[in-house]
Design a protein around this ligand. Structure first.
Ligand SMILES: Nc1nc2c(ncn2[C@@H]2O[C@H](COP(=O)(O)OP(=O)(O)OP(=O)(O)O)[C@@H](O)[C@H]2O)c(=O)[nH]1
Ligand SMILES: [Mg+2]
Length: 301
């Protein structure tokens, strides 16, 4: 698992080590780091999109340590602790079925993430139904249908242009009658600032609760790691609109801004459930703060 994070975070590590010309030498000075080293470290953390405030806090914390035995490990521990109890808890299908609504801006990786979650759950023997509530583009339904075939999930689809809330309602009802363990609802990408589109999401949520009281059990926002700090505004506004239960950070493998996870975890008390470390089904992994932090600072085992 650690190796997955290490390779997924390669670009972010490069961004850090490009700034810290000799990362291990810098942190290997022992005892206490001097001001120049601390400044360099702070700059590197900011470039990795950890955010200015978090970077300053992390540097202040490492400055307080007077006898640094293993500086890289000390830094990893400080970063890990900033996630608090934020742990990517696996989803828990219940009889009923368990309903997950997936939201996020355009192209963030929602549909792919749904396919990955579905593949994992089917692998564990669960019955999964997908809801093509992205009715905005005909291609969106086709893309989901393709994934449903590939992973062996059922799918509920209507013609494009139909009401996404109606699709979601039908899917949850179908999930109940077919005894599905999990219903995953795909939605169209939308800008967090478009009020009417956020209202549409609220409607989907309300209607799903009518189909199955208490549903959706999870609302996950999918965020593209390459957006860096802009992702924080997405979390903020989607959370205000529908109340997020978790965040999925995709494309960490293609991003030099992996530090944004630290910023996101600190700013919102919303768990980071999964991270996407590549395009393949097995590249969606449970978020692990300890492995993430060690990989981020360049510890290589
Ligand atoms: N490298 C990499 N690519 C990813 C990851 N997750 C998704 N992608 C790619 O990102 C692109 C967009 O993914 P989609 O799942 O279609 O995104 P979406 O949010 O459903 O997009 P819209 O429905 O148009 O809003 C695809 O080419 C995916 O293969 C990841 O973790 N790593
Ligand atoms: Mg999509």
């Amino acid at each position: 698992m650690f190796n997955r994070f290490a390779s997924g975070l390669r670009k972010t590590r490069q961004a850090i080590s490009n700034t810290l010309s000799d990362f291990s030498a810098l942190l290997g000075k022992g005892n206490q780091l001097d001001q120049a080293a601390l400044d360099e470290l702070e700059e590197a953390l900011i470039l990795a999109d950890i955010g200015a405030a978090s970077a300053a806090d992390i540097v202040a914390a490492i400055k307080k340590i007077t006898d640094i035995d293993d500086p890289q490990k000390a830094l990893a521990d400080i970063i890990k602790n900033r996630f608090g109890s934020n742990k990517g808890k696996a989803i828990a299908p219940i009889a009923g079925p368990y309903v997950i609504l997936i939201v996020g801006v355009n192209g963030s990786g929602k549909t792919t993430t749904i396919a990955k979650i579905a593949g994992r759950e089917i692998g564990m023997g669960h019955k999964v139904l997908l809801a093509a509530a992205d009715t905005f583009r005909a291609a969106a339904g086709e893309q989901l249908e393709h994934w449903a075939d590939k992973v062996g999930a059922d799918i509920i689809r209507q013609s494009s242009g139909s009401d996404p809330a109606a699709v979601a309602f039908d899917a949850v009802k179908a999930g109940i009658s077919r005894s599905a363990d999990l219903v995953l609802i795909d939605t169209a990408g939308r800008l967090q600032t478009k009020t009417n589109l956020m209202e549409e999401l609220k409607k989907i949520k309300r209607v799903v609760d009518k189909a199955l009281p208490g549903a959706p059990h999870e609302i996950l926002m999918v965020m593209d790691a390459t957006t860096g700090q802009n992702g924080l505004s997405q979390i903020d506004l989607f959370h205000q609109a529908v109340g997020l239960t978790g965040i999925v950070v995709t494309k960490l493998d293609g991003s030099a801004k992996g530090g944004v996870l630290v910023a996101a975890a600190e700013k919102f008390s919303i768990p980071i459930k999964y991270v996407g470390l590549g395009e393949k089904a097995e590249d969606l992994v449970d978020f692990d703060p300890a492995a993430f932090s060690r990989a981020l600072v360049g510890i290589d085992e």
